[in-house]
Ligand binder design. Sequence first.
Ligand code: SF4
Length: 315
Amino acid sequence: MTTVLRNDWKVSEVLDFFQMPFNDLIFKSHSIHRENFNPNTIQISTLLSIKTGGCPENCSYCPQSAHHNTNLEKQQLMNVDEIVNEAKSAKDAGASRFCMGAAWRNLHDRDLEYICEIIRRVKSLGLETCMTLGMLKDGQAEKMKEAGLDFYNHNIDTSEEFYDKIITTRKFEDRIDTIEKVRNSGLNVCCGGIVGMGEDIEDRAKMLITLANFEKHPESVPINQLVKVDGTPLQNEKDIDGFDFIKTIAVARIMMPKSYVRLSAGRTKMNEQMQALCFFAGANSIFFGEKLLTTENPEELSDLALMKKLGISGI
Ligand code: SF4
């Protein structure tokens, strides 16, 4: 069967996926996964926070927002040599991509040259590079691409309809605008969202439809499970059912058959069996390293042990 890439998904057909019997859904998603990828390899990235905390945005899930009191230690933009050392360690540990995040509302032109220097130095180690720096203005993505940037991450977070329950300092359209700038620059797009923030299944379906109905699917689609951090407005949010999370991965795989679907934040709360089911359903990328920006992530050794048990190798 040849995979057809679609960007005309309708809410009703995506909701039908979510209503399918679990075994039927993951059989379908795994079959599509197998057609497009080696199911026994996963892509490994490492994420470093290069500027931490004090962000003027009010994302309800984020400990780095200046609007929430999370006792997070703030950190200015890191020195390039320190970043390069972290990137070397990530490469030695098996990462193929080094992702760097700064808690900014948007990238200022005054920081652009320094960011480009960081990109050049990390790229020269033979790693793929990814940045997540907030909203972009015209021309900034092109400059970073010239410096050697491979991916830019900018998540849509949730559905357009649910967006103002989670963030009010920017609009859903602002996200789309930056994602379009990234796409038009020729950079690879890393774009996904978070589940477990109180949204309903229709919101999850609509979030996936926004991603899958872009003219070109994001090359990388991180699906995060909310990490409830004390001091954030979502600290007491109800846990998402594990099967609902796995279904979200499966539906993402069905709708975006050739994208890398990344099992991202929230993995520390998932046991090995749940992670294995996520890989079966179509997840084929993870972050390595103890921290995901500021929230916990499984240690590399436990990831390697799990991969060994499953016969999965990293790329
Ligand atoms: S998610 Fe990003 S933009 Fe939102 S508060 Fe956190 S660092 Fe700022």
